[in-house]
Design a protein around this ligand. Structure first.
Ligand code: HEM
Length: 408
């Protein structure tokens, strides 16, 4: 039975600060009470169970092609057309056959050997960022390390210059705010539109440069794939460079910071990793499960369908709750326990099926290097605040800052 809902507020209050700070008890409550529930406030169905989320990710009746945010009035859509047009070309929002074509090109440009060859560069960058603040005995994990490292890595892969890092950060934050917007905010809409326009021009310029002087980087590979196969137009190329910039760092930042927070709150697990750094692979998988950087992905039903006795109508939006699925006791033993040696860990943090994260191996490598270096270099590491502030974004889970103290 669905209880009456108030369109001014989600029935489970998913945007309340205390729920954003720790959504897991609420997820468990929903899982027990109504695991496929309709939210008037968000204008969509919430799928909480692992089996429903995993199945929806692979169901052809459920499309990835959706408006980027729900309940955006037609009049507002008109004002941000350039933004919506660019987003509609993102691989994330495409279905086959467009998706198959784009994914084929991206797979060619994003090869495992290219990613593996980056380990040394990533390690050097992590060392450099830590060295810059080491003597202070205090570091803000997000501002000093977990944000700049993946941002610099992906920016360089796409041909951006390190000195443009702050500018890229602003553009990406504008987009993150747009995707996390759950109440109409004209300022957020305008700044996201402006940022998309500026980013498009930025990448157009890089593309022209690389076309004449290709280098051994991702953008040159993409241009090569585009020209050779003639199956990617200029707008698609530029639009997906923007997507890669965005997808390639906010998520990794939160993987590193949320993961480190989990270790600090579980000192026995921290000690285990210190004693045996080879546990880093299962540790990062456990971070991905335990506190997923991407908490939910949206989809659209393109046919009427039924999930757990609920009738989902064609055209309705679905929220696949990755964060809840990864804590589903039907799937994981002791799901609320952080266990860095967990061997069976089929988490959904990178999705499943067609849209499985293209940058998974890069994100994993970055997090493994960052976490192992932190654990190795910082003695007596502890949180240097009792007031953690989380971003007001139910989709991308991350802290605003994370000060820690240590003995150099
Ligand atoms: C490390 C943390 C990361 C997490 C948790 C993460 C998570 C995700 C998720 C949940 C999806 C969507 C799955 C779906 O809709 O079903 C996705 C897609 C994607 N991610 Fe990641 N991601 C991460 C890092 C990266 C990095 C570093 C890059 C690129 C450099 C990247 C590029 C992409 C791309 C291109 C897609 C779209 C794939 C497609 O639609 O075929 N991600 N990611």
């Amino acid at each position: 039975m669905m209880s009456p809902t108030n369109p001014e507020q989600d029935r489970y209050n998913l945007t309340a600060p205390e729920v954003l700070a720790n959504p897991y008890p609420t997820y468990r409550r929903i899982l027990l009470e109504d695991p496929v529930y309709w939210s008037d406030f968000f204008g969509g169905w919430y799928l909480m169970r692992y089996k429903d989320v995993a199945a929806a990710m692979q169901d052809r009746r459920i499309s990835a092609k959706r408006p980027p945010i729900s309940k955006l009035p037609e009049s507002e859509q008109q004002k941000i057309l350039p933004l919506l047009e660019t987003l509609s070309k993102w691989i994330l929002f495409c279905d086959p056959p467009e998706h198959t074509r784009l994914r084929g090109l991206f797979n060619k440009a994003f090869t495992p050997s290219m990613i593996n060859s980056m380990a040394e560069r990533i390690q050097a960058l992590v060392n450099e960022l830590i060295d810059a603040v080491y003597e202070r005995g205090q570091i803000d994990i997000i501002h000093d390390l977990a944000y700049p490292m993946p941002a610099i890595v992906i920016a360089q892969m796409l041909g951006a210059k390190p000195e443009d890092h702050e500018q890229i950060k602003k553009w990406s934050s504008d987009l993150a705010r747009f995707f996390g917007m759950f109440r109409m905010n004209p300022y957020v809409l305008t700044s996201a539109k402006q940022s998309i326009i500026e980013m498009t021009e930025y990448f157009r310029h890089i593309k022209e440069e690389r076309r004449h002087a290709p280098q051994d980087d991702l953008i040159s590979n993409l241009i090569f794939a585009q020209e050779k196969e003639n199956s990617l137009d200029e707008d698609e190329l530029l639009s997906n460079c923007i997507f890669l910039t965005f997808a390639g760092h906010e998520t990794t930042t939160n993987l590193i910071a949320n993961g480190l927070l989990a270790l600090l709150k579980n000192p026995n697990q921290m000690q285990k990793l210190k004693d045996d750094p080879s546990l880093i692979t299962t540790t990062v998988e456990e971070f991905l499960r335990y506190d997923s950087p991407v908490q939910r992905q949206a989809r659209l039903a393109v046919e009427d369908l039924e999930i757990d006795g609920k009738q989902i109508s064609k055209g309705q939006r679905l929220f696949l709750m990755i964060g809840a699925a990864n804590r589903d006791p039907e799937q994981f033993l002791e799901p609320d326990k952080l266990d860095i040696t967990r061997s069976e860990n089929p988490h959904l943090a990178f999705g499943k099926g067609t849209h499985f994260c293209l940058g998974a191996s890069l994100g994993r490598l970055e997090a493994q290097i960052a976490i192992n270096t932190i654990v190795r270099r910082f003695r007596n590491l502890c949180l240097d605040t009792d007031q953690i502030e989380w971003h007001e974004n139910p989709a991308l889970r991350g802290m605003k800052s994370m000060p820690v103290a240590f003995k150099p």
